[in-house]
Write a protein that binds this ligand. Structure first.
Ligand code: CA
Length: 226
């Protein structure tokens, strides 16, 4: 999973980062609320871990702005020393999906993040994505365009699903690379190669491109001209 940790206490941030990395997750850090919100809005994280007492912008405000202003529903776990019922309720009202009171066990933190991610990605539930005449069924591993089945390999399928989920925005190259390969993409050209074959399958036979290159930034899958 790709996780954003927003925590101003360096020692806590370091130990969480070390633990989660050792378990195979990739972790980005923000040590203040403004940076945290910026990263959460501009990247695609599988889960956010958020401290409430933060410099710059407190955690509750960050959550509200992420949910209400930016419309992002990234699974979010609040980590805090505040443990009264009123604090917890306010956290949930502001958009938290889960809550863990310090001190906590790293194992429990990871287990909760994995559970949040699983729930959010709708494992076990049918999940269909659609952009224009392109349809992708994540559960059945099936893609059609204009009703015709397309045959994609596993990487092309993941790539397409990601772009379709994020159809409202431009996805940066590094986000796609991290989504597919974590911090170690096989080569700098691997993404380009996979995108080329994806376009060959999804766009070329249909005359109308849905996958657009945004030069110097990344890619966007949309029916609009960009
Ligand atoms: Ca703090």
């Amino acid at each position: 999973m790709l996780i954003l940790l927003v925590e101003d206490h360096r020692d806590i941030a370091d130990s969480i980062g070390e633990f989660l990395s050792a378990r195979g997750h990739a972790v980005d850090f923000a040590f203040d609320g403004v940076t945290g919100l910026h990263l959460a809005v501009t990247n695609h994280y599988d889960a956010l871990v958020l401290d409430l007492g933060l410099p710059g912008m407190d955690g509750l405000t960050l959550m509200q702005r992420l949910r209400a202003d930016a419309g992002r529903h990234t699974p979010l776990l609040v980590l805090t020393a505040r443990d009264t019922l009123a604090d917890k309720l306010q956290g949930f009202r502001s958009g938290a999906d889960d809550y863990l009171v310090k001190p906590f066990s790293m194992e429990e933190l990871e287990a909760r993040l994995v559970a949040l991610h699983r729930r959010a990605s709708g494992e076990g539930a049918a999940r269909k994505l659609r952009v224009a005449d392109l349809e992708l069924d994540e559960q059945q591993f099936r893609v059609t365009r204009a009703g015709q089945p397309l045959h994609l390999g596993p990487i092309a399928f993941q790539l397409l699903a990601f772009l379709m989920r994020e159809t409202h925005r431009v996805v940066r190259r590094v986000e796609l690379e991290r989504h597919l390969w974590g911090d170690e993409p096989p080569s700098s050209d691997a993404l380009r190669t996979h995108l080329a074959s994806l376009r060959q399958a999804v766009d070329k036979p249909f005359g109308r491109a849905l996958i657009h290159t945004v030069h110097g930034v990344g890619y966007r899958l949309t029916d609009d001209n960009v």
